[in-house]
Design a protein around this ligand. Sequence first.
Ligand SMILES: [Zn+2]
Length: 394
Amino acid sequence: MHLTNRRPRVIDTSRHFCPHGHCRYRGWLGAGNLRANGHPNGGPWRQFHCTACKGYFLETHGTLFHGTRESVELIVRVLACLAEGLGIRGTARVFEVDPKTALRWLVEAADQLRAFAAYFLHDLHISQVQLDELFALLSAVKDGEVSEAEAIVRLERSPQWVWAAMDPESKLLLAIDVGDRTLARAQRLVHHVAQLLAPDCAPLFLTDGFREYLTALLTHSGDWVQPARQRAQGPAPKPRWMPLPQLLYAQVIKTGRRRRLVRVRHRVVFGTLEAVQQVLAACGWQSNTAFVERLNLSLRQHVAAIGRRVSTLCKHEEGLRQQLMLYQVSYNFCLPHASVRQLLPQPEPTHGTGSARQWRPCPPAMAAELTDHVWTLREVLLFRVPPWPRPAEG
Ligand SMILES: [Zn+2]
């Protein structure tokens, strides 16, 4: 045994994979085939060497930072600003970049974020899904920025609604979309949510009174049923399209007084009252009206900031959708949510004289146990999404 002065190299390669097409280990995480190889030419990014195919690649391979000469900090800050809901032109002015450059980064980031979201959000087991559609100009009306009449004129010209699906327990934002308030859009949202769920997961759907949800849920979770014969003679009754027995759907009826929510009731549409109440009671917020109010408020605040841009961004509806994608990932993975908290393994002393901290707020993806840490936007953008789905753990 001989001693060396060199520190053992402890570069974590577990989140990286070899991208080379001919490599046997292509796309595999944690296969032990990668060696960190330092920073070529003193560049900012680390190089990896694959011992299986003897190939080299940079840690930014396949991310939006690959081959860019712009500062990473600048790109991250521009995107963080867009995630907060500031418009493209405003963001470009703040950071003194060309609006076209900011839009290009947003479009490239959205591709990465879509893959990122798909990598983590799949086979979900959740007990409730809340579907909401918010009028995108709503907050602009409230703030007095545009008159209600003007908003309606704009709405008729280009009706814009922000559609959102959320797990009210973890606050995980499952899907977010923008568009008109139609059956097609409701179906699209329901379909999107259904794709994220585990095959055996049949959550309780909660919506407002918008009637197209009923049709959307029924078309998605229905089946032909042959009714039993009433009489021995005559033609057999026609098969009927019926909701699947496991489909649970309730409408949430909110009663307000002076813009404050005073009561929340549930009208069961599909399923039994007992089954619906069981799901709601398990989460312990059956009569928690403040919760629903807060949930809608936080969603509205964030989305409205983006929604307010709708009028100026009509020409770039794609840009808006990509901004929502950015918002969704940053909301789910990067922003600790005040009403979602985790017990700390050990209480932490506070700087003041108060008692030790026992809880910490965590982002919805952590509450939903999809990840074990709070992500920075930089980390998300640098995450190399493997080309194939994550193998089942455990
Ligand atoms: Zn390789």
